[in-house]
Design a protein. Sequence first.
Lengths: 212, 212, 212, 212
Amino acid sequence: MRESTLSLKERQRQQREQLILHASEKILLEKGYHEMCMDEVAARVGIAKGTLYLHFSRKEDLVLALLELQMQAILQNVQEAVSAPGSVRSRLETLLATSYMRLKGERGRLFYALFGAVELRPLLRSRHHALLDQLLSSLEVLLNEGKASGEFDPAIPTTIMLHTFSSLLASYPFKRLLLDEMVTPEELVQYVGKIFFRGVANPQRAYVESLA
Amino acid sequence: MRESTLSLKERQRQQREQLILHASEKILLEKGYHEMCMDEVAARVGIAKGTLYLHFSRKEDLVLALLELQMQAILQNVQEAVSAPGSVRSRLETLLATSYMRLKGERGRLFYALFGAVELRPLLRSRHHALLDQLLSSLEVLLNEGKASGEFDPAIPTTIMLHTFSSLLASYPFKRLLLDEMVTPEELVQYVGKIFFRGVANPQRAYVESLA
Amino acid sequence: MRESTLSLKERQRQQREQLILHASEKILLEKGYHEMCMDEVAARVGIAKGTLYLHFSRKEDLVLALLELQMQAILQNVQEAVSAPGSVRSRLETLLATSYMRLKGERGRLFYALFGAVELRPLLRSRHHALLDQLLSSLEVLLNEGKASGEFDPAIPTTIMLHTFSSLLASYPFKRLLLDEMVTPEELVQYVGKIFFRGVANPQRAYVESLA
Amino acid sequence: MRESTLSLKERQRQQREQLILHASEKILLEKGYHEMCMDEVAARVGIAKGTLYLHFSRKEDLVLALLELQMQAILQNVQEAVSAPGSVRSRLETLLATSYMRLKGERGRLFYALFGAVELRPLLRSRHHALLDQLLSSLEVLLNEGKASGEFDPAIPTTIMLHTFSSLLASYPFKRLLLDEMVTPEELVQYVGKIFFRGVANPQRAYVESLA
DNA sequence: AATGAATGAGAATTCATTCAT
DNA sequence: AATGAATGAATTCTCATTCAT
């Protein structure tokens, strides 16, 4: 009895935390970090400001929690894609697809917006780097696998390949293209994949032709 | 005599304006827009706050002036590169080189930092778009030229090519790579150029091989 | 129980609002609108500046609230006096009495001081005019009644009578006279009444003599 | 030669001072004391701000000089009217006429506006009082003359008569009436004179009838 | 646990006044 | 004498955070 009561409360608590995160996300997207004020978050959620502070004891914490969640989600996406079966190319294309879908959605845009924000840097630095490192090393494994299998050009340093790929994974120009609906995520994956994989293809193999 | 006196004052004035811009730039890079306060700018320049306002009558104006300057510089770079002699590829590589050099410098980083900032959006929107449009259309002309000359694959929509190129022109991953000195701008140009131009090369021509 | 708790808080809130209004009133009287600063108001009330802004979200609002209160009070006085029983003269004399009493008090002086202030004009204009119009039209009704009953001279335009009366209702010279205690409000009513009512009396009636 | 050069300069100086006073007057009327800024005064006159300070070393001084001039003018008017030939009544009516004319003009309005201004009080107090005292005592002499000649009712204290008259001399209601052109200064003099002089007439004399 | 009133540090901006040229 | 650039004190208003109820 005790237990179920507690867990009910706990469940409600977590529900509310979700509501808070959701509301902050929207406001952050609309106005950015500084223009988001705790009063408004509380008001939109329908709770008192004090209650907000029971969940997140600083404004920073709230935003960081939000980013953390999204980082986790992205990392999970990446790791799922990376460890999926199929060719290196097909796995990387799955990643592109996930990312472009995300860029169209609110979450992706928030992520994009906040990572650029200089003011959150001190907060983000370490976590961000940790994520990025994990992410990049997952990709690196994959790219090396591609090189090992003779699919990719061994003359191009993996680091370059890696950062080129991640430049194409989440970029402002693509975000605009997608938001303005000039292109669908699927088309983008198809063409960007074509360019990238031709670009890094191993010229020793008559691989290139098959991509035409 | 009169004249030289006037121009001395004016020169001093412009010198100080440069100092102000320079100081703001540094602070912006360190802390972002909201954390930059006018007191600090004045203090760093070594002038009174009121004097600051003789140069820029709003904080916004100061930041906008900064961005405007950089926009102009970028646009000029792009237009110079675009209208230079040489192959389409060499001209695009010049652009990559300029951009990567910039990314390493403070100015480029500031530009990068502020364009992401949600809070400056209302201020930037129109100017930003105007710049981006000019920039993209200059590039588009070049890419179409490449297609017309049979250098680039006509099967890839120019829009995609364009946005792929601009994703590679200024990206966070490359910025990190350059700042961490994992790669020199020249190497980056070489490899990114290789990947991109192989990627968009016209497969009808026996062009690909020559790129190995 | 709940109820009384709420109403206690609410009562305290209103008490503090009164304190704020009272403090502002004093400062306004001492220094005028521009010299009154929010820090000082807060300090005198003994609250933080932020708290002040919970009650009045702009300095203007605070001053306007103050004036609004006094306008309401004046208007109510006028309307009560106007609709009281008795002769036109006695009702107008009641008004003089109320006004002179007010001129002696702080409130009246504030009202007097602020209405002259050019800087509040944009704020006051419409409300002020609305009040003044209501006030003047109440008086006009009364004066016309006096004319209709043959008490007042029909040869004097009501507009003139009206504005003459209101000039005597609240004037700087009388304010000084009252503040310097050269005369009591009662005496002032008696003599000013005598002068005004003789002045506007209908000469057709042998009314004048009875006023001696 | 020296002399005439100096006096030319001096003349120019005084001309400029007039321009400054004139410009301030206009701005004061438009915006009030605090909203008038020295930059604007200088700009409107077409001189540098520093030059302004060669004429008036404080903003206050400028405004005080302005008021002083007007006080002098008013006082002169009053004294001329008072010492003119003719009946007491006609002399007082001349005063009313002068005042109402003034109320319609800019100068009068400025005077009116600034005297109400609480913020100038510390500056004005003594001068203002001196003027008012002089003015009132001039009037008092006149009213006493009226009483002595049997023209005015000895039962009404001179103080009351005096302050009643000065209430009618410059009042907000009359200012509005005149500015809104609801009445001409002449008409106003006629009717207000009628009311006032009937009001203070000596009832012992068959004076009243003659006023009908 | 939840509330929301109270706080006060902090930031932008203005403007009278000074003073070197 | 005339200038106008430079100053910095002063003022309004905001908002993250605390804490008594």
